[in-house]
Design a protein around this ligand. Structure first.
Ligand code: GLY
Length: 415
């Protein structure tokens, strides 16, 4: 062996493993530090919120800095129990399992709820994680009953699950009798679970039909998404494609695009149908293309741009904040990309996910201990058009941040 080949061999055998070991240590420290912060911050949240009463699910922060909670029939009560499950997964400590069980089981009355489409978020983030991490026979029954309740909102005419009940658009000019929103993709995971556990394909069929309709009618040619699609209840035809929480009907609302990315990645996992993977990839690529340097998007990618106009009673008409970010969208996409990278066999998605996670965990977005009403992440946006939760923490930003942390931790275990 000549000197040059010896040097190359030395590099491969000694230096590369050393670099890998350093990277692994860095990752380990990152996960440890974020887990320690998240448990300390959530301890404070538990002290401030007390025991679950059915009316005190952490949601955001009031303008005066106090914790704002919701009742269980809002769309977000499943996220706090879900975060507690992720803390149990990250630490293995019984304390977090006990808290997670307590907050999860407080949601049991929701199993018969049919008032809107969000039951998947409400029950699968809570009971779904409970069943995955610490199964009990009653959890299965509760999830199946919840899947039945969600299925009552499905119509064979539109081949979708109705998201909301009747409402009007921001101009008050159009009535939506059958509005379906892109967010609804996220509720399908519970239906896939119900088919697997019961052996009854009806839930799977509803989820696939809904995904196919969404693929047809929510995507524009460039694979940005419409937030709302309103269907004719009698013919099943599309009557309107619009926004409710984005800047304008034709804009890319960041969290809507995040739901599309995550939703279609999940549907591909459950179906292995290539067209759903293609949709997830194309939705991701257009999202990544227009991200700012720190990888946390503006609340809407097109806010204030030529060709995009907020209308009617939407607060976006007068809202001046063109630089406002939405950390919740970043957290959702970050978590989704860890999974999509594997299906798309695309290392750059993993690299993006890791960078997004570091950006969210930096002082620019992660709250100081004891601040931010004890939520983990700062700088999310609930809904500008509704003048609600503007530049605030949101419980679902924290949930997907913790999920992404779990996925990052498990990354090398799989590969
Ligand atoms: N699913 C409601 C939202 O994303 O704001």
């Amino acid at each position: 062996m000549n000197l040059r080949s010896f040097k190359s061999l030395f590099l491969v055998l000694a230096v590369i493993p050393l670099v890998t070991a350093c990277q692994n240590k860095e990752k380990e420290n990152f996960i440890k530090e974020n887990t320690e912060f998240a448990t300390a911050q959530t301890d404070k949240m538990l002290q401030s919120v007390g025991q679950p009463t059915g009316k005190n699910y952490p949601r955001t922060m009031k303008n005066n800095g106090e914790l704002a909670v919701t009742g269980m029939y809002d769309w977000t009560p499943g996220f706090f129990p879900g975060s507690l499950w992720y803390l149990y997964e990250l630490t293995g400590e019984t304390k977090w399992k006990d808290e997670a069980e307590k907050w999860t089981t407080s949601l049991e009355p929701l199993k018969t709820f049919t008032g809107h489409h969000d039951l998947g978020f409400m029950m699968y983030c809570s009971y779904g994680n409970a069943e995955r991490l610490s199964p009990k026979p009653e959890y299965k029954d509760i999830l199946i009953e919840s899947a039945n309740s969600l299925s009552t909102r499905y119509s064979d005419k539109t081949k979708t699950i109705k998201s909301w009940n009747y409402r009007k658009n921001w101009n008050d000019t159009t009535e939506w009798y059958y509005p379906v929103i892109i967010d609804n993709m996220m509720n399908l995971e519970m239906l896939f679970y119900a088919s697997k556990i019961t052996g009854d394909k009806k839930y799977y069929d509803i989820a696939v039909n809904h995904s196919e309709s969404t693929l047809k009618y929510h995507f524009r040619e460039d694979f940005t998404t419409y937030h709302v699609v309103n269907y004719d209840t009698i013919t099943g035809k599309v009557l309107d494609q619009a926004t409710c929480q984005g800047y304008s009907d034709n804009s890319m609302w960041s969290r809507g695009q995040a739901w599309a990315i995550y939703g279609f990645t999940m549907v591909y996992r459950e179906t292995k149908d290539q067209k759903f993977l293609d949709a997830a990839i194309k939705a991701t690529n257009v999202y990544l293309k227009y991200l700012p340097e720190d990888l946390v998007p503006l609340w809407d990618f097109n806010v204030g741009q030529e060709g995009y106009t907020a209308v009617g009673k939407s607060y976006a008409v007068e809202f001046p904040g063109k630089d406002l970010r939405d950390a919740s969208a970043a957290a959702i996409v970050c978590s989704a990309l860890f999974e999509l990278a594997e299906y798309a066999n695309n290392q750059s998605y993993t690299d993006y996910a890791i960078k997004m996670l570091h950006s969210l965990a930096s002082p620019a977005y992660r709250a100081p201990l004891g601040a931010n009403a004890n939520f983990l992440l700062m700088h999310s946006v609930g809904s500008i058009p509704h003048k609600s939760e503007i530049d605030k923490p949101l419980v679902y930003a924290d949930y997907y941040f913790l999920e992404a942390l779990v996925r990052y931790k498990n990354l090398n275990k799989k590969s």
